[in-house]
Design a protein around this ligand. Sequence first.
Ligand code: SIN
Length: 288
Amino acid sequence: MLHQVSDEGGGILVFTNQKPTMTVHDHVRFVRQMDAYCSSLGHGEGIELSVAKPAYPDAPEVLEIVREADAAVTFGENWHSDHSFHERTCSFSVLRGVEVPTCGINDTLFSSTADAFDALSPTMQELLLDLRVYHSANRAYGSGHAGNSFAAMKKTKTMELRDDLEIVKHDVLHPLVVAHPTTGRKTLFASPTFSTRIDGMHDEESKAILKIVYEQIAKPEFCTRVSWRPNQVVMWDNRLLAHKGLADDVSQRRVMHRVSLRGSWPKNHRGVSFARDHKVTAAAAGLF
Ligand code: SIN
């Protein structure tokens, strides 16, 4: 199944009609089983805790993503790959709809960052291949910005940042084009949610290149839109896809549970990763 979701099935698996009695513990158990399978292939890395204080103290692995009705900002509303601000970024995420929207609105949108890379001109691919980009948790979870995920959390009654959040203090460097660890496919690994700047470029140069990358990822031909139904669970490969939680009707409350597996250090086409050795003081909190 993991092989299929990652390498053959486009990176997304939708499990419909799960038991209505599914609990947070069942959710964690499922992800732990995936981790055990990954371990048997030499890729098991454990569950990565989220930036939020656990909503369920006996299941701290579960991130509860809430948008209260009529809240203007939404957690995870723009393109990103989960936990790309860590040295070791997320491999698989498993999202369960808890309070799901009316079918067809407030969906989750995925984009194949591998297909997006493949469709660039050979000259643009060549230009991007050896670039490196900083990713910052502070961009999304730092205070002082009205439109980021931290601002969205403050609009909920329950979501709160952890107190021990060292990760917001430093930005990490990743390849802009990451080779998928099992297939070797080249993927665009930058996002308006977490990326701040391309290493070694003037700000306006970096902005211009990142704009091209973000526009490429957002093109409809690379996107898959997953609508939510009750008792549905969705699993995806963050190393092959960017995603965003749509907010096309904010009048409804929406609640999701996410559990994410830690992956490895993103490597470029030469097999080189940079995150261990290249950290800088966090950039200011920002809007996507
Ligand atoms: C996420 O960013 O992982 C959540 C996506 C969603 O809420 O649809």
